[in-house]
Each structure stands twice: as structure tokens, then as C-alpha cells.
Design a protein around this ligand. Structure first.
Ligand code: BG6
Length: 310
């Protein structure tokens, strides 16, 4: 098992391998954007989608991996779409405040982002954003974000947030998502109107861009063809965004292949509907945990209302 961090501009030179770990789950993280760009299982199979047209160079995050959306999800005011954190150079955090010991974690790396002078002009708040990326013994990938308000003038700040996770799937038409049935959602394609999901698991036949509200703490993505189920666990993040651009939007995105929408699905643990507010000195923590299991592992237990809550 190995995690590695890749500095900006380089595509191949890991700077922090963990050579004492012998198994082969791997993850790769770029300092630009603090973006996870790869998560592989024991067989070396890539579990995250990264567009073949991705441009890994600054100043913009590419479509794939796990971009971090902060201090906003979406587009409001002067800030760039999905906030600036995904478009900034993060640093290795050599001395992070401790997190509770988790014996399941076998390798991790800590990153930190603080605002630049230019960031402060756009979003006038001082913060420390600490991100831990960790691989577990079974190959699970976990990201823990800690955001602290370091304003010295007594002002609170509010933000929205998402782990914009791109899963690699065999064929979007054959994929279903369980755990979000009966949930309320805001439909980004219909002016953020609120609807309630009806019926069975969610399947995909056209563009989807929905923010599920107060979503359960676990959601499953079942890929029939791969016989693989991704389990997406979240803590501190009430919502879950589900996005697939489908054909027209895929064609409109410059750094995205025309038919690549067939092989990706974003399920994004998020805090969108109700912004998080921090007073000076306060810290927020939000976590995503990803595992990939054979679909048979879950079979017969996939009623999310019974199994995936809690
Ligand atoms: C999703 C949003 O999370 O991200 C979509 O719900 C958006 O509305 C998509 O189009 C991609 O955004 P971007 O900025 O990475 O192209």
C-alpha cells in the first residue's frame, strides 16, 4: 500500500512514497488543488475517473479524481465556480494537530492550505484548511478536512463544501445508486427547485445534477458490469451531490472526452443547502470514506433505509 504526493507540474514523480508498506493499494495526490488523482485496488485497477483530456497544469483543476470545493460549492458572488481551494497550491503539513488514532489507517499524508493575499481580496477571511488523505489496510480511502477560522477581527465566516468525487464506472447506463430513494433534492437543472425522489434506486438515462438533502451517512454505487460496489461514507456533510454531464455537456467541456460521461459518475458528500458557519477559533471537521467491494458482498442488504443509515 502506498500513498504518494505529486508536486505541481510533474505527472510522474512521487515525492513521498511509503516504501515500508508492501501491499499494492495506492493513492496519488497532487499538491495543486490538494486533489486526489488516483486510487487503485490490489489489482492495480483505477477506481477514480480522470478524463483522458485532463490538463494537469495550473491554474485550473481538471475533471477527475477528488477536487475539493471550498469555500463554496457552485457559483455565487465573486468567487470562482466551486471555490478557489481546488485551484491553489497546497503544502505538506509537517506538524498537524493530532487526529484520533485510527488503527485501520496504514498510510497517510497531511496537507494544508492558507489564503493568499489575493484570496483574501476575494473572500476576506483567514483560515487554515488541513486535509488528511489516508489509506486503510483493506484499501479504503479516507479524506478528513479540518477547517479553522483564524480571523483576528472577531468575524465569523460561512462556507459551502464538497468532495467532488469522480468514480470510474463501466457504463453509466448500467449503474445504480442506492441510499437516496425517497430523499428530497434540489435540481440544479431546474433552477434549484426542490423535489422528492420517488421509487427505486437511481439510474441514469440523461444529464443529472442534483443536491440530495440530509442524505444518509452511506450511499452505494452499484456497477453491474464490474460486479463492484462503491460504498461512500460521509461524516459532518449533510448533503450528497449526484452529477453526470451526459453527452451535450460533455461535448461542451474542453478538457473532457465526448463520450467519457459513460464511464464516470460523481457522488459528492457535501454541505450545500445550509452553509457551515465558524466563529473565530472554531474548527469544523468533515470526512469522506470510500471503499470498493465486490457487489456480491452487499447483495441482499441493499435496502438503504434498513442498511445504509447510521
Ligand atoms: C457538479 C455540479 O458538482 O460539478 C455541476 O453540480 C457542475 O453543476 C459540475 O457542472 C462540474 O463543475 P466544474 O466547475 O468542475 O466543471
Amino acid at each position: 500500500m502506498e500513498t504518494s504526493v505529486i508536486p505541481p507540474f510533474s505527472q510522474s514523480q512521487p515525492i513521498m512514497p511509503f516504501p515500508w508498506l508492501l501491499k499494492t493499494h495506492t493513492s496519488e495526490i497532487r499538491l495543486f488543488g490538494g486533489q486526489v488523482t488516483s486510487w487503485k485496488n490490489d489489482y492495480g485497477e483505477e477506481l477514480l475517473f480522470v478524463s483522458s483530456k485532463a490538463n494537469f497544469k495550473p491554474p485550473k483543476a481538471f475533471h477527475g479524481g477528488i477536487p475539493i470545493c471550498f469555500p463554496q460549492f457552485g457559483t455565487q458572488g465573486n468567487l470562482e465556480q466551486h471555490g478557489f481551494a481546488r485551484n491553489r497550491l497546497w503544502a505538506i503539513d509537517d506538524n498537524p494537530p493530532p487526529l484520533p488514532v485510527n488503527p485501520a489507517i496504514k498510510a497517510f499524508v497531511d496537507l494544508i492550505l492558507k489564503p493568499s493575499e489575493d484570496d483574501l481580496k476575494m473572500w476576506p477571511h483567514s483560515f487554515e484548511f488541513r486535509l488528511r488523505i489516508a489509506l486503510g489496510a483493506g484499501g479504503d480511502l479516507g479524506l478528513t478536512s479540518r477547517i479553522r477560522n483564524t480571523n483576528t477581527d472577531g468575524r465569523p465566516f460561512s462556507y459551502t463544501f464538497a468532495y467532488h468525487t469522480y468514480f470510474s464506472v463501466s457504463d453509466i447506463s448500467e449503474v445504480r445508486v442506492e441510499g437516496l430513494e425517497t430523499m428530497d433534492y434540489l435540481d440544479n437543472m431546474k433552477g434549484k427547485q426542490r423535489f422528492t425522489e420517488q421509487g427505486d434506486a437511481i439510474v441514469f438515462e440523461s444529464e443529472v445534477d442534483k443536491v440530495y438533502l440530509a442524505a444518509p451517512s452511506k450511499v452505494a454505487i452499484i456497477d453491474h458490469e464490474m460486479r463492484r460496489t462503491f460504498v461512500v461514507a460521509k461524516e459532518g456533510l449533510p448533503d450528497a451531490v449526484v452529477w453526470n454531464p451526459w453527452d451535450k455537456k460533455a461535448k461542451a467541456m474542453q478538457d473532457f472526452g465526448d463520450s467519457e460521461y459513460k464511464h464516470m459518475l460523481c457522488v459528492e458528500p457535501a454541505a450545500v443547502e445550509k452553509p457551515i458557519t465558524l466563529k473565530p477559533g472554531e474548527e469544523w471537521k468533515g470526512r469522506i470514506g470510500l471503499s470498493a467491494v465486490p457487489s456480491s458482498y452487499c447483495s441482499g442488504q441493499l435496502d438503504p433505509l434498513k442498511v445504509l443509515h447510521g
